[in-house]
Design a protein. Structure first.
Lengths: 143, 388
């Protein structure tokens, strides 16, 4: 190792800071819940957009499984991404809210049906311009 | 609220202008509109200038309107820069309309200008991703074509719409673009060509997506009394509506509720219905977008636009001409300019000046612009109805 590479030590950065937390090796999404109407929000909303109150709206651990709602394969992306990759909306269980996510763990040539059971995982999303590793939650089909 | 007329419109050809400064595009369109209105720049009392992407592409944010308008000798008056995703230009037009309708000003100017070509498609894509939440969806890798691909997949599943029916939107709009001298593309395409062109985000191929584009458009608005001094062919703003999304995390993404809201408000304000329209310029940023928007606005019953495409009912000369200009797909989509260019298109049709693409006897036209993707919803939808 040269001095250069040691001083340029790469960091691991969360794409959305605080989006998930780990317990016993399992990741969970972190959002908010409204005690009054039961609505869940991800990313967190600290004012319930249904009850229009901040009372009883608290940070909450959400689920890590869901079902596929719709997905596509993105072939042209912004500068920092490396297509092709699958991107979809997953309906999170048990909260029944839509989560946008890169989909992983399957061959892109394979067709996923909506309603497919999905499991959340934490993976590298991309590298930033300094070579740091950006990580995020993703969902993979439970096949 | 006072009656407001459009008394002059102008527009550059849409296209690729890598070496042309944006102030030149803006100047050409603005001067065209001023000449068309036969008014002096000193009689313009207030101006609104729409742009969406230049801040990211070249860093030119904040004062674009002042930079453009100094080129035509407009100075000293209030100038506001308007940014509202793809609805930036139509939102600028709406502000100008409000300024005159409210009685505060008698003559207002709306301009839209944009340069999306950057010599680097990925930089342009990055700028366009600003239409979604950068710290959320865009940061996870969701692009604007991605947003629409997700809606398209859902739409196909729900209504049984085929890829061929989506492709027919591109075929129709490219055909119309051939009749429009200001169109970026003047080349017809076939369903097979649309389906076999490069895949951007499944099911959207490159011919299912609007191209990058540069250009500008402008419109001069005046109160009824003032309009009478300048023109014998005023085109009246019968309605203006602007809505935003609901962002509910459980809503159905194959429908855009904000279009239902803005469409209903606009028709109510105009005292007209969809059956009164002769043409509609609808924000066809993607083939699926024309489907969701004509249905969302209530121009076509839910789930029936596929049949409309098969029957050719939205072609010029059909039941309702949709995007006779060529739309975003063929005429092009310099984002901030689009809303004002749509106004110009409707005005030309209502004056009978639309040349080969003229909708015969057009009396009522609608212009619709929606933009962005936030929390899997659309954040801005602007609808104007015009009559002569």
């Amino acid at each position: 190792m040269t001095q250069q590479s040691i001083s340029n030590e790469k960091k691991i950065i969360e794409a959305i800071p605080g989006a998930f937390e780990m317990e016993n090796g399992q990741p969970y999404l972190v959002g908010t819940k409204c005690a009054k109407c039961g609505a869940a929000f991800f990313p967190p909303r600290y004012i319930c957009t249904y009850c229009l109150t901040d009372e009883g709206v608290q940070k909450a651990r959400l689920g890590n499984t869901g079902t596929l709602y719709s997905y596509t394969v993105i072939n042209v992306a912004s500068k920092e991404f490396n297509p092709p990759y699958a991107f979809g909306f997953v309906i999170l269980e048990p909260e029944k809210i839509r989560i946008p996510s890169v989909l992983t763990g399957f061959d892109l040539a394979q067709e996923l049906k909506s309603g497919t059971k999905m499991q959340m995982v934490i993976e590298k999303l991309r590298n930033d311009e300094y070579g740091n590793e950006i990580v995020s939650y993703k969902f993979r089909p439970v096949l | 609220m006072r009656d407001v007329a459009v008394i002059g419109v102008g527009m550059t050809n849409f296209g690729k202008y890598l070496d042309t400064p944006i102030k030149e595009l803006g100047r050409v369109a603005t001067w065209d509109a001023i000449k068309d209105a036969d008014i002096s720049p000193k009689d313009i009392q207030i101006a609104y200038v729409g742009n969406a992407c230049l801040g990211v592409i070249t860093g030119q944010a904040m004062v674009l309107g002042q930079i453009i308008l100094k080129e035509v000798g407009i100075r000293g008056i209030p100038i506001t820069n308007v940014e509202n995703a793809c609805a930036s230009g139509s939102s600028a037009f709406r502000e100008a309309w409000m300024a005159v309708a409210s009685g505060m000003y008698d003559v207002a100017l709306a301009v839209g200008a944009e340069k999306l070509y950057a010599g680097d498609t990925r930089l342009s894509t990055r700028a366009l991703a600003g239409g979604s939440e950068i710290e959320y969806e865009a940061n996870l890798g969701l692009t604007m074509p991605g947003h629409w691909a997700l809606r398209a997949k859902r739409f196909m599943e729900k209504y049984g719409t085929t890829r061929e029916q989506f492709a027919k939107v591109s075929v129709k709009n490219h055909k119309n673009g051939c009749l429009n001298p200001r169109s970026q593309y003047k080349k017809e395409c076939t369903v097979e060509e649309v389906l076999n062109s490069r895949m951007i985000a499944d099911p959207l191929t490159i011919l299912s997506c609007n191209p990058l584009g540069d250009g500008a458009a402008a419109a001069v608005l005046a109160s009824k009394e003032v309009a009478a001094k300048y023109t014998t062919k005023p085109v009246w703003v019968a309605a203006s509506a602007l809505s935003s999304g609901s962002y509910d995390l459980d809503r159905e993404i194959s429908r855009n509720q904000l279009e239902e809201v803005a469409g209903k408000q606009a028709f109510e304000m105009a005292g007209l219905g969809p059956e009164d329209l002769d043409l509609a310029e609808v924000h066809d940023c993607f083939t699926i977008a024309e489907f969701m928007r004509v249905e969302g606005l209530g121009l076509v019953p839910e789930g029936e636009y596929g049949k409309w495409m098969d029957e050719g009912w939205s072609e010029i000369g059909g039941k309702l001409a949709v995007n006779p200009s060529g739309g975003l797909l063929a005429k092009g989509h310099p984002v901030g300019a689009t809303g004002v260019a749509q106004v110009a298109e409707v005005v030309w049709h209502l004056r009978g000046e639309a040349g080969e693409r003229q909708v015969p006897g057009a009396k009522v036209g609608l212009a619709h612009c929606s933009g962005g993707g936030v929390a899997s919803d659309t954040p801005a939808c602007c609808v104007h109805i015009f009559k002569n």
